[in-house]
Design a protein around this ligand. Structure first.
Ligand SMILES: Cc1cc2nc3c(=O)[nH]c(=O)nc-3n(C[C@H](O)[C@H](O)[C@H](O)COP(=O)(O)OP(=O)(O)OC[C@H]3O[C@@H](n4cnc5c(N)ncnc54)[C@H](O)[C@@H]3O)c2cc1C
Length: 370
């Protein structure tokens, strides 16, 4: 008798890596995406492999971030080898200008044994006429998100995962407390388990099944300033705005935080704000053109801790969403944790802080972290 497949809903970084993890464990996996793979929040991301202010989050965020940061070099190397697409993992370091929150930052760094050195920008980038005191985080790397997503898509095809694009999952079916199927185009497909990785759209799918996850869209806009390759080496963060230098000289400037529902348009106001921030951090950027602007919808959660777990009343229905500003950095460990739960494997992470029962416990009404 043919076994029923495991289905992943959503083709962002969370869904793609979760599907990969399940397939690598030897399971038949199908992935459904309402649009096209890797075109939503994950595509829009700056690809910084660290929360910008890790000490502002509850510890479970760092507990996912640390193993993910460690996993990224080997993951990117393996993807580049198997698919020919290099996600450009680049250990550039992150300079954080300004000494505010120094005490919390140091306490966090000591607790998690992270390197956080008081330094000036002039020390990191000598002879460039820039300065400003702050903290240097040498271990922070970045990836080129669209390339990571293209590499993951190619890898999923190599792993023979059935990918269904432009196919919205409309619902699930159940027999008493057990999930039995998935509703697509009005038809039911028999499945063994489902993992919903629907990013900012997850809530509308699950609300019908009594799970009102406090996950909402939070728009983020970015621009690119094109400079010559090697113009800027480290990532720099100041006052909530940051620069991410790509290998080809593109300098990404991010990012806004706007609660405007499911509206993905870019705005002049954001563009002007990001240009001013970039010139404030690195004045020489004023000599180079802005070549791109885009927006994406982050799946915001009240405290930035994602929801990863099984539906409290429907066995076999799993969720992984709410990664908010940190979905790229948290993705490898999130995918591992989701797969551990789906496959009932023993894992290294305690799943309880990510559990869906937090909804009932009041996560619903907590203010959204900025
Ligand atoms: C401007 C910006 C900058 C960012 N920078 C960073 C960064 O530097 N570092 C970092 O770690 N994170 C960053 N993030 C956050 C990160 O992008 C997100 O946390 C992450 O991409 C979320 O991934 P996801 O797979 O959950 O969501 P998405 O990438 O949005 O994917 C969800 C997918 O599910 C599909 N879907 C939803 N419902 C259904 C359904 N019913 N049926 C079928 N398909 C469905 C959607 O179409 C979508 O493709 C940034 C985000 C933005 C917007």
């Amino acid at each position: 008798m043919r076994t029923r497949p495991i289905v992943v809903v959503g083709g962002g970084v969370i869904g793609l890596l979760t599907a990969r993890e399940l397939a690598l464990a030897g399971h038949e996996v199908r992935l459904f995406e309402q649009g096209h793979l890797g075109r939503e929040a994950s595509w829009a991301a700056g690809g910084i492999l660290s929360p910008l202010h890790p000490w502002r989050y509850p510890d479970p965020v760092t507990r996912l971030a640390q193993p993910s940061m460690e996993a990224y070099p080997a993951l990117c190397e393996s993807l580049a080898r198997s698919t020919g697409i290099d996600p450009e993992w680049t250990p550039s370091g992150l300079m954080r200008l300004g000494e505010d929150e120094g005490t919390e930052a140091r306490r966090w760094a000591d607790h998690f044994t992270v390197s956080l050195e008081p330094k000036s920008l002039g020390e990191i980038c000598p002879d460039r006429g820039v300065d400003g005191a702050g903290f240097w985080m040498p271990a922070v790397a970045h990836v080129r998100s669209p390339r990571l997503l293209r590499a993951l898509e190619a890898e999923l095809r190599i792993l023979k995962i059935a990918i269904h694009e432009e196919t919205m999952v409309e619902g699930v079916t159940r027999e008493r407390e057990r999930l039995t199927g998935l509703v697509v185009n009005g038809e039911t497909i028999a499945v063994s388990r489902v993992v919903v990785c629907g990013g900012a759209w997850t809530r509308s799918l699950l609300e019908r099944y009594g799970l009102a996850l406090p996950v909402r869209p939070m728009r983020g806009q970015m621009i690119v300033i094109q400079t010559p390759p090697g113009f800027l080496k480290p990532m720099i963060l100041k006052g909530g705005r940051y620069l991410v230098p790509r290998r080809d000289g593109a300098v990404l400037v991010g990012s806004t935080m706007e609660s405007v529902g499911f509206v993905k348009e870019t705005t002049e106001v954001a563009r002007d704000d990001l240009i001013a921030a970039a010139h404030g951090i690195w004045p020489e950027l004023a000599a180079y053109p802005v070549t791109h602007q885009w927006a994406g919808l982050r799946p915001s959660s009240p405290d930035g801790v994602p929801f990863i777990g099984e539906h409290p009343e429907i066995r076999g229905l799993f969720v992984s969403t709410g990664h908010f500003r940190n979905g790229i950095v948290l993705a490898p460990a999130s995918a591992r944790l989701a797969a551990d739960l789906v496959l009932e494997r023993d894992g290294t992470l305690d799943p309880r802080p990510y559990g869906l029962d937090r909804v009932a416990e009041g996560a619903r009404d907590a203010p959204v972290l900025k």
